[in-house]
Write a protein that binds this ligand. Structure first.
Ligand SMILES: C[S@@+](CC[C@H](N)C(=O)[O-])C[C@H]1O[C@@H](n2cnc3c(N)ncnc32)[C@H](O)[C@@H]1O
Length: 241
């Protein structure tokens, strides 16, 4: 994503200590304290300019959301979308996905969204893909055992790589589609998605559960008639199994 380097952004970000905690490792285990204490906590990794996370947080004020990106310009753009508001259910994190276990307690997150992650098409860069084994090992730590992960991408190869990696690592696949926009899954489009849809590209999506999700809960999720990408999680989903 092209965005001009803006050296002053780091300083500007200091004006938002509530939306963007200055020391995220000190927040591990207590993110909910100043948000909605009993509500689920949903994390988007690689949020870009933040169109998705800000929309979904506004639409679902009863759930907690965190948008993260390692580029400070992106985080600043996300905060700017709020036009001065500081919703209680939304926070930002300026970090690399690699260090997520420093920022969250085990099982603190109920859902992860990976929206249009960088594809890193060359085989030698496969380790950088956000659904590579090494990232699944990270997500396994911070995601509650009854938590789930949603992936959306326009890249067929990346989608197939993700499905194969989920299967190899025993993350149960609940649903998957090669044409998200032909499904009625309550989708909220991201910035990249809008661009790809305009170009007539199909959008690939899937939902997987934590690899240690109890089998009866996996079966329950698979049996559900309705699939919903941005649904309100049930209160029991907030229990850290
Ligand atoms: C292709 S953009 C997608 C942006 C947005 N999710 C969307 O769908 O419009 C990928 C984003 O992921 C971020 N990103 C890539 N690798 C990351 C990592 N290891 N940790 C955190 N963010 C990352 C990039 O800075 C970029 O903003």
């Amino acid at each position: 994503m092209r965005l001009r380097r803006q050296p002053e952004v780091k300083e500007k970000l200091k004006q938002y200590p509530v939306l963007l905690p200055a020391n995220p490792s000190s927040m591990a285990g207590i993110w909910r304290q100043n948000m909605l204490p009993n509500a689920p906590l949903i994390l988007e990794i690689g949020m870009g300019r933040g169109a998705f996370i800000t929309s979904v947080a506004m639409q679902n004020p009863q759930q907690n959301y965190i948008g993260m990106d390692f580029r400070e310009e992106m985080v600043y753009e996300g905060i700017a979308l709020l036009k001065g508001r500081e919703p209680q259910n939304l926070r930002f994190l300026w970090q690399l996905a690699e260090i997520l276990p420093n920022c969250f307690a085990p099982g603190e997150i109920n859902r992860i969204h990976l929206n249009f992650p960088d594809p890193w098409p060359k085989k030698k860069h496969a380790k950088r893909r956000l659904m590579h084994d090494r990232f699944l090992n990270i997500y396994e730590q911070i995601l509650a055992k009854n938590g789930d992960l949603w992936l959306k991408t326009d890249q067929k190869d990346l989608y197939e790589f993700a499905l194969a990696t989920f299967i190899e690592n025993n993350w149960p696949i609940i649903c998957a589609t090669e044409n998200l926009h032909s499904e009625n899954w309550g989708n909220i489009e991201t910035e990249y998605e809008k661009r790809y849809v305009k170009q007539g590209k199909p959008i690939y999506a899937c939902r997987v559960m934590h690899k240690k999700c109890p089998p009866h809960l996996v079966a329950k999720e698979k049996e559900k008639q309705e699939v919903s990408l941005c649904n309100i999680l049930a209160v029991e989903d907030n229990v850290r199994l």
